[in-house]
Ligand binder design. Structure first.
Ligand code: TMP
Length: 210
């Protein structure tokens, strides 16, 4: 039996990894087998690519190089982690997947959607999560939260306008696929966001008989 593939998406500072951790704990308490992972990353090769992508030393990176590297990291991630876990019937929770590429490299960097989609077809075979939880917050608050955590990698240091385009991108991507992508405001407390996430996921798993 195939498991279920869930992604968390959103701009910087939305608390994706916190929510993914809380959801994993909850699902395990209900007897599910859960694998938590994140992009770019999840495998040794993908983590090396992550370093290259996010290092402040990579300032001169071309936008197309960036797009190719996110896709390269994803190929390994699917092959080594996502596909085998799903085949074992596990629930996979990933922080970020292909919607991030569309939002950051497409809307943020301005790379043509057809190019994004063509590479996605090569890298993932147009694989999509079964359910995506898009955590939403205004850009200023998100970046402030990140700063408080002392996060500053190459993409986080982009200007506000870049992050606004990314947020708009996420909204448009979600509007095009309302069944798969559920938008959750994370302006409220961690606990109330967790409750909203839980409600959506429990209903989804029930419907899927997982
Ligand atoms: P994070 O682990 O803090 O989310 O860092 C990952 C960064 O990489 C974040 O700034 C979003 C960015 N990113 C892309 O630009 N494209 C992608 O496809 C993915 C997965 C992440």
């Amino acid at each position: 039996m195939r498991g279920a593939f869930l992604s968390f998406e959103g701009i910087e500072g939305t608390g994706k990894s916190t929510q993914s951790g809380l959801l994993a704990d909850f699902l395990r308490s209900q007897g599910h087998r859960v694998v938590r992972t994140a992009e770019p990353g999840g495998t040794p090769i993908s983590l090396k690519i992550r370093e290259l992508l996010l290092s402040l030393d990579s300032k001169g990176m071309d936008h197309v190089t960036e797009l190719l590297l996110y896709n390269a990291a994803r190929v390994q991630h699917i092959k080594e982690v996502i596909a085998p876990s799903l085949a074992r019937g596990e629930i996979v929770l990933t922080d970020r997947f292909c919607d991030s590429t569309c939002a950051y490299q497409g809307y943020g960097r301005g790379i043509d959607r057809q190019v994004i989609d063509a590479l996605d077809a090569v890298a993932t075979g147009c694989m999509r999560p079964d359910l995506t939880l898009l955590l939403d917050i205004d850009v200023e608050t998100g970046l402030r939260r990140n700063k408080e955590m002392n996060k500053n990698d190459r993409l986080e240091l982009e200007d506000i306008a870049f992050h606004q385009r990314v947020r708009t991108g996420f909204h448009e991507i979600a509007a095009a696929e309302p069944e798969r992508i559920r938008v959750i405001s994370c302006a409220e407390s961690v606990e109330s966001v967790h409750e909203a996430v839980k409600d959506i996921v429990v209903a989804f798993l029930k419907q899927r008989n997982v």
